[in-house]
Design a protein around this ligand. Sequence first.
Ligand code: PBG
Length: 327
Amino acid sequence: MSFPERRMRRLRRTPALRRLVAETRLSPDDLVAPLFVREGIVDPQPIVSLPGVVQHTTHSLAKEARRLSYLGVPAAILFGVPATKNANGSQAWQPKGIVQVALRELRDEVGDSMVLIADLCLDEYTDHGHCGVLNADGSVDNDATIELYARTAVAQADAGADIVAPSGMMDGQVGAIREALDGAGFTDIAILAYAAKYASALYGPFRDAVDVTIAGAGDRKGYQQNPANVREALSEVDLDVDEGADIVMVKPALAYLDVIAAVRRAVDLPVAAYHVSGEYAMVKAAAERGWIDGDAVALEHLTAIKRAGADVILTYFAGEIAESLNG
Ligand code: PBG
């Protein structure tokens, strides 16, 4: 017997061999593009901490959706930036609220060729920047908040969302939303639950994108999960599945690959992962300095998220990666 006993390198010799035995294949089909739409602007506004991402006008938003659809990206998730904010975030559920207006226009533009997901939260709409309404002591009132989520879900469904995506981490939010949607006749509208969402420091650029400054301690540790915990994530996922979630999500992605893998093993539903703003910004910033090859790192990161078990990846790289995958 010759040494070495087993030659692993035979199947790595040529690009075609490597392609043949790849265990994970990233495709535009896996991707969801996050898009921001801002009320009351005439031109798209760049977001400094998210190079290449903008706050759209309803017009530029429709154009971008058409481009993504052409590139084979099957879905977009929409975030609204209202012209005015208030204590209870009421612009979130107004029929003329920015996301509702944008959803109607997008639906006209792309028909059923693109899945339209509406992020469902209040933080973009409240003047204090929290994901719900506040108690006198500044904490978020869970049960009053989920009533407002239910209202918002119906408004988003009515405006044409295929999927609503509650991201506020309130207890019982998925059940309350399912009941409200069914009660309003929207039994076909699905729920993508931000099930295991961590109180991460990686959301910074997103908060620039939606003009949010969080009042009080300046964080969401009272409702989002502690990064130290993985069993707790499985409890969150169980609850959301019981309450009627159609897709469960882990967020952020790269620092939580173990959580993605555990959730994948625990459920049969599609699992999504959100490669968040800070993850995108770090790649862009290092690439800008010439310290890393940004395109290669982006592909490596997204492939790893899929390898860990995600079926669906939300990423600001969606358009760029789809372009490069299409060759
Ligand atoms: C809450 C929401 C946030 C993100 C998506 N939905 C911010 C937060 O929880 O503070 C972050 C996404 C990102 O960083 O890319 N509506």
